[in-house]
Design a protein around this ligand. Sequence first.
Ligand SMILES: Cc1cc2nc3c(=O)[nH]c(=O)nc-3n(C[C@H](O)[C@H](O)[C@H](O)COP(=O)(O)OP(=O)(O)OC[C@H]3O[C@@H](n4cnc5c(N)ncnc54)[C@H](O)[C@@H]3O)c2cc1C
Length: 421
Amino acid sequence: MDVIVYSSTGCEYCKRIKTDLANWGLPYEERNVTENEAYFEDLHAKGIYSVPVTFIGEHPIIGYRPNAMKKKLLELGVLSTNVPSEEAKKAEDEEAQAESVFTPLSAALVDDVYDFLIIGAGPAGSSAAVYSSRSRLKTLVIDKAPTAGALALTHKIANYPGVLGEVSGLELLTLMRRQAKQFGATFVRSNIMGVDFTGDLKAVHLPEGTVRARAVFVAVGSRGRTAKVKGEDRFEGRGVSYCATCDAAFFQGRVVAVVGDNAEAAEDAIQLSRFAKEVHVFMPSKKWSSDAEYSQLEGLGHVHVYPAHPLREVTGEDTLSGIVVKTPDGDHEVKVDGVFIYLSGNQPGTDFLGESVARDADGYVEVDAFLRTNVDGVFAGGDARRTPVKQAVVAAADGAIAAMSADKHVNKRSRVMAQYS
Ligand SMILES: Cc1cc2nc3c(=O)[nH]c(=O)nc-3n(C[C@H](O)[C@H](O)[C@H](O)COP(=O)(O)OP(=O)(O)OC[C@H]3O[C@@H](n4cnc5c(N)ncnc54)[C@H](O)[C@@H]3O)c2cc1C
């Protein structure tokens, strides 16, 4: 049975599909829609406006969905065994390395009293653990899902200072966690059921018991985007896209919407403006995020930006015909041929704190420059506070500040002491 991969120049997910197929030993034909207009027209005629698409015989798999692709290949007898891809093997190995840092939560660990309890083992929590354990604070780090934080899920990170090349977020985190463990920090996996920060010893309730500590750092990050809007899944690859580099050409001379207010939304709106006859940018918030470079959009007559117009729904019968956005006058349907979505979750995962510390209307923990909350001995940082930019290096810096602030609190120092070797 023929396997045909429709790709475009510069499309990262197309490369991954080709690698998987090569690892499975399956020959395939590549049809690059950027280089050959006939291939582009082929897809257009089929109502598909997105690459990669892998045809296994007559069956299209739209997007990079290695599991769905493998399932179909097995079902049709094209692939005879369940061969893991190199990428899947690497991911398994990374997860095993990440898990090896964590210790089972025994009764003895629960019963101990800690100097510093860190909730969340992302870059903020892990960096705090490096600093606190190095300054001999007895440190416990609790994480409910160590491979599911924002950095742990980041496929490649290339801008973390001092780390050359591209590493995965989980690899980087495992290095930080191992470093902290070498200095004496203990990492455990558990769920926080509630907290009591009223006494000198702060209490954190877990299903395994109650852990007590002199200082606590809340480093739980902010949640990724989990919910899709109505209609989004249905039209994925058939009008809904997440990558202008891959799919902008499908919308030559058409009307498209861009949904988002981040750097990627601004960049991809510029890219789309070179193809589409109209680009409507609907921002969920009132202004662009601080790292968005949107000045090039301002002089373009065919680009229109609508702040505070969140996306509600993607609509259409057989094909996508529009989107519904929320406007100050209520929900409004806009006719478009395609929509490019760049939404990320910005909700901090701080609900478990309840009224124990001051949080703003969006749930971010309120802190001062030393990352102190309104409760003595409780600190917060990383994406769980209203940070000016959500970046791993900023979260790690917060971890350093929080640990040194905690050291001052626990050891009753008159000032925060920097750590020099
Ligand atoms: C798709 C994507 C790509 C990104 N790319 C980059 C990039 O290239 N470069 C860059 O610098 N930054 C990047 N970032 C941003 C960066 O990942 C975040 O700013 C950073 O990870 C925030 O660190 P954090 O420690 O505050 O939170 P997180 O990394 O989210 O870690 C929080 C941890 O807390 C744990 N947790 C949550 N709730 C609880 C709870 N109730 N109890 C116990 N544990 C809990 C989670 O399991 C998680 O391990 C990216 C983010 C995303 C979403």
